[in-house]
Write a protein that binds this ligand. Structure first.
Ligand SMILES: Cc1cc2nc3c(=O)[nH]c(=O)nc-3n(C[C@H](O)[C@H](O)[C@H](O)COP(=O)(O)OP(=O)(O)OC[C@H]3O[C@@H](n4cnc5c(N)ncnc54)[C@H](O)[C@@H]3O)c2cc1C
Length: 271
């Protein structure tokens, strides 16, 4: 999915890449950065505007074959984490795609056009939240094992202040995980069952993204020297976690979406 550009990230409506109709084809021009799996993908979904002057409502998505000569790989990013996942930058130079490869309605609608494209996130945000829960669960399982090896085992029925600090911290982290996990299940269930879930998807993504960063760093701390060493997975998970709080909309953007929904305000009213 190629949305992000050198001059736009969070504000998806500010896309500059253009798509111009030419007979039975669209001609795409622009730059896309941070495209996850862009190198190994067979198809890339590129967001472009049919008319820059019309703002968000003219934005459409196009399926572009990776082998298309107009879709040029500019570079691969070197990153803090998720290094097993490639992150590509592309330049689209007179990239011709068949008109039928525009996803959805080719007409520019004054109402609801961009909302349709944004609904993509209602499905992808629960997915990223689930990735965050998976990473957090991995950290918690490993730290539980490591602490047990040195005789520290949390007692879920005892007050926290009567337990070793490490055990009490683990109980707190498990509670954070549970909250993120339940929000994620709800958002995913709603997506699977066709219920509008924009707010719930953002709640899950915000909570799970934030929680996996907190848990992964707390586990580096709890594990002592081995937490920071490359001999264990804690240091890798700590590096991997932050992106789950950034892509598919940052922590701040998720909170903004939730606030708009709760307060009944539009994106123009609450920026
Ligand atoms: C490894 C990686 C993989 C990625 N994969 C993809 C991909 O596959 N496809 C794709 O299209 N993009 C991808 N991205 C891009 C990612 O979605 C963006 O980085 C993200 O949306 C943030 O945009 P930005 O980096 O331009 O930051 P900016 O939008 O410039 O934001 C910078 C900071 O300001 C905050 N901020 C921005 N606006 C507001 C606001 N209104 N209120 C409060 N705070 C605000 C943000 O939360 C952030 O903390 C990827 C990024 C990375 C690093």
């Amino acid at each position: 999915m190629a949305i992000t550009e050198p001059d736009m990230g969070s504000d998806s409506g500010a896309i500059r890449t253009t798509a111009v109709k030419d007979g039975d084809e669209y001609v795409l021009n622009g730059e896309k950065i941070f495209v996850t799996a862009g190198e190994r993908a067979e198809l890339v979904v590129v967001w472009a505007t049919l008319d820059r002057d019309l703002g968000k409502k003219a934005i459409k998505s196009f399926v572009v074959e990776r082998s298309n000569p107009g879709l040029k790989l500019a570079r691969l990013e070197h990153k803090l984490g998720i290094r097993a996942s490639d992150t590509a930058a592309f330049s689209l130079q007179d990239c011709r795609v068949p008109a039928q490869d525009l996803l959805g309605d080719p007409e520019i609608r004054t109402e609801g056009g961009f909302g349709g494209a944004m609904q993509t996130f209602d499905n992808t945000r629960p997915l990223v939240a689930a990735m965050a829960c998976g990473l957090a669960r991995g950290c918690l399982d490993l730290i539980t094992e490591k602490l047990a090896e040195v005789g520290v085992e949390p007692d879920h029925d005892a007050p926290l202040h009567r337990q070793p600090a490490a055990a009490a911290r683990l109980v707190e982290l498990e509670a954070e995980f549970e909250a993120a996990y339940l929000l994620t299940l709800r958002a995913a269930w709603m997506a699977d069952n066709g219920h509008p879930n924009s707010m719930e998807a953002s709640m899950a993504k915000a909570k799970a993204g934030r929680t996996c960063v907190e848990i992964s760093l707390a586990c580096v701390e709890l594990a002592g020297a081995s937490g920071y060493a490359e001999t264990e997975l804690f240091e890798k998970w700590a590096r991997d976690s932050k992106i789950l709080d950034i892509f598919e909309g940052t922590q701040q953007i998720q909170l903004l979406v939730v606030a708009r929904r709760l307060l009944g305000l539009t994106s123009a009213q609450l920026k």
